[in-house]
Write a protein that binds this ligand. Structure first.
Ligand code: GBH
Length: 455
C-alpha cells in the first residue's frame, strides 16, 4: 500500500484577493483593477493594489501553511501577469512568481493546486467584448497552454475556472462584480463562453500532458459555486421558483459539463427572454471534456418562494428567512444542506472526484492587543461543515478533500477589506499575519483525521 492520504486538506486563496503588486513585473490591468477604481463599486473605495502583499511575502505565507499541516494549496494565477493584455507570448517576469511559489510549496511538502481563472480578466480582453465575446474562450485556452508549459512539470492539479456563475451573473447581469455590466443577454453569452473556455483549456492541457507523457496523476477540472434552493411551500409556484434557481445556478453548469447538454427548461426560457445561449455545432462536445475533479464552493443555501416576474420577464425567486444563524455576509449557516447537496451530486452526476474547493465564513472579528482573534463562530462554522462533508463521504459520496476559504483575510471583492474570511488575521497596516482560533482548530482537525486514517 502506498501512503498517499485518501482525503486531502487544503486552504484556498485567489490572485487578485491577496497578491497586490498590480503594476509589477509587467502585469497589465485586469477588469478588477478597472472596476475597483470606479467610484461606488467597492465598499470604501478599496482595491487590490496592495491587498495582503502576498506577492512580496509569499515564502512567509507558505511557511504558515506548512505550520498548519495542510496537504494542498489552491491558489489562482493572474492571467494579466502571465500574458499581459491576454494575448501574445508568456511574460517571463510574471510567470516567475508562480514558478517560485510552486517550488516553495513543493519544498514544504505542499501540493500545488492551480486555478487558471479566478475573475481577473485582462482589461484588454474586456475592451474587446469580454466573456460575451466568443474569442475570449480561445484566448483563455491559449493562456492555459502557456501556463501549463511553464508549470506542468510540477503541477498536476488544474482547475480551469472558479465559479463561472459569479463571472457571468455578478459580472455581466447584476453588475456587482467586474466588469459591472447589467445585460442579461451578455450574461448568457458569458455563461456559454466561460464553459467553452473551460473545455478548450482542458483539451490543451491534456494534449500537452499526453505529448510529454505526464497524463499519470494529471487532474483537470472546474470549480462551481453550488447550493440548495428549497421551495418555501408545497405550492406549484414556489416549487417552480426553487427549480428555476437550481437551474440557473447549478444545472446550467453541471448539465453541460457532466451530461453534455444544457438543461432544456433553462435554455428554452432564457432564449424566450431574448438571451439565448450562443451554442455552435460541436460546442457541447468540447464543454463535456472528461472532468476529473469537480470542485464545489459551498457557503450557504436558501429557502425560496416565487414573486411576480420582473420588468424584463425573468423569474425572481426570493429568499425566505429561516430562523438560523447568519454570517457577517448575511448568509444563513446551513451545513445540513451541504450533506444533501453532496448526496444529490453523487446520485445525479456520478463520475468525478468531488472536492469542497471553498468553504468558510466572514464574521466580525475582534482582535486582542496581539492581533489574536478568538473566533468561535468561524470555528463552529468550519466544524459543522467539515462534519457535514464527511457525513456525505461516509454515505458513499466520492469526496476527496476539503479546502477552507480562506488562508487569510483578503480583498473580499465588492466588500473590500470590510469582510474577513481568513483563518489567519491580516493587519492591513503592518501586514502582520496572526493565526486565529479557527486556524488552530483546523490544524488540530487535520492532524486528528490523519492519525485516525493511519490507525
Ligand atoms: C466565493 O464566491 C469566491 O470564490 C471567493 O473569491 C470569495 O472570496 C468567497 O466566495 C467569499 O465570498 O444567497 O445566502 O444563499 C462565493 C459566491 C456565495 C455566491 C454565496 C452565492 C449565496 C448566498 N457565492 N452566495 S445566499
Amino acid at each position: 500500500m502506498d501512503n498517499k492520504p485518501t482525503f486531502l486538506w487544503g486552504v484556498a486563496t485567489s490572485s487578485y484577493q491577496i497578491e497586490g503588486a498590480v503594476a509589477e513585473d509587467g502585469r497589465s490591468p485586469s477588469i478588477w483593477d478597472t472596476f475597483s477604481a470606479t467610484p461606488g463599486t467597492v465598499l470604501r473605495g478599496a482595491t487590490g493594489a496592495v491587498a495582503c502583499d502576498h506577492y512580496h511575502r509569499m515564502p512567509e505565507d507558505v511557511a504558515l501553511m506548512a505550520e498548519l499541516g495542510i496537504d494542498v494549496y489552491r491558489f489562482s494565477i493572474a492571467w494579466p501577469r502571465v500574458q499581459p493584455g491576454g494575448s501574445g507570448p508568456v511574460n517571463p517576469a510574471g510567470i516567475a512568481f508562480y514558478d517560485r511559489l510552486v517550488d516553495e510549496l513543493l519544498a514544504n511538502d505542499i501540493t500545488p493546486w492551480v486555478t487558471l481563472y479566478h475573475w481577473d480578466l485582462p482589461q484588454e480582453l474586456e475592451d474587446a467584448g469580454g466573456w460575451p465575446n466568443r474569442d475570449t474562450a480561445y484566448r483563455f485556452a491559449d493562456y492555459a497552454g502557456l501556463t501549463y508549459d511553464a508549470l506542468g512539470d510540477r503541477v498536476q492539479q488544474w482547475t480551469t475556472m472558479n465559479e463561472p456563475w459569479c463571472s457571468a451573473m455578478l459580472g455581466y447581469v447584476v453588475g456587482a462584480h467586474a466588469p459591472g455590466r447589467q445585460d442579461a443577454r451578455a450574461g448568457m453569452r458569458a455563461v456559454h463562453h466561460l464553459l467553452l473556455g473551460h473545455g478548450l483549456a482542458s483539451q490543451v492541457i491534456r494534449e500537452k500532458a499526453a505529448a510529454q507523457d505526464r497524463l499519470d496523476g494529471l487532474e483537470v477540472g472546474i470549480t462551481l459555486n453550488l447550493g440548495v434552493a428549497t421551495p418555501a411551500s408545497d405550492s406549484a409556484e414556489d416549487k417552480a421558483a426553487a427549480r428555476w434557481e437550481d437551474g440557473l445556478s447549478n444545472r446550467l453548469y453541471l448539465d453541460p459539463l457532466l451530461r453534455g447538454e444544457y438543461p432544456a427548461d433553462i435554455a428554452t426560457k432564457v432564449a424566450e427572454l431574448g438571451s439565448p445561449l450562443p451554442v455552435q455545432d460541436g460546442d457541447l462536445a468540447v464543454i463535456a471534456q472528461p472532468v476529473d475533479v469537480l470542485g464545489i464552493n459551498y457557503y450557504s443555501s436558501r429557502l425560496v418562494r416565487s414573486t411576480p416576474v420582473g420588468d424584463n420577464g425573468w423569474p425572481t425567486p426570493e429568499a425566505v428567512d429561516r430562523d438560523v444563524e447568519r454570517t457577517a455576509m448575511g448568509w444563513e449557516v446551513t451545513p445540513e444542506a451541504l450533506t444533501d447537496l453532496l448526496l444529490r451530486l453523487e446520485r445525479e452526476y456520478p463520475g468525478p472526484d468531488w472536492y469542497i474547493t471553498e468553504n468558510g465564513a466572514a464574521y466580525d472579528d475582534q482582535p486582542d492587543a496581539n492581533g489574536y482573534v478568538d473566533d468561535t463562530d468561524r470555528t463552529n462554522y468550519l466544524r459543522s461543515h467539515i462534519d457535514a462533508a464527511l457525513a456525505a463521504r461516509a454515505q458513499g459520496v466520492n469526496l476527496k478533500g476539503y479546502f477552507a476559504w480562506s488562508l487569510m483575510d483578503n480583498f473580499e471583492w465588492a466588500f473590500g477589506y470590510d469582510r474577513r474570511f481568513g483563518i489567519v488575521r491580516v493587519d492591513y497596516e503592518t501586514q502582520q499575519r496572526t493565526p486565529k482560533r479557527s486556524a488552530r482548530y483546523y490544524a488540530d482537525r487535520i492532524a486528528a483525521h490523519k492519525a485516525n486514517e493511519a490507525g
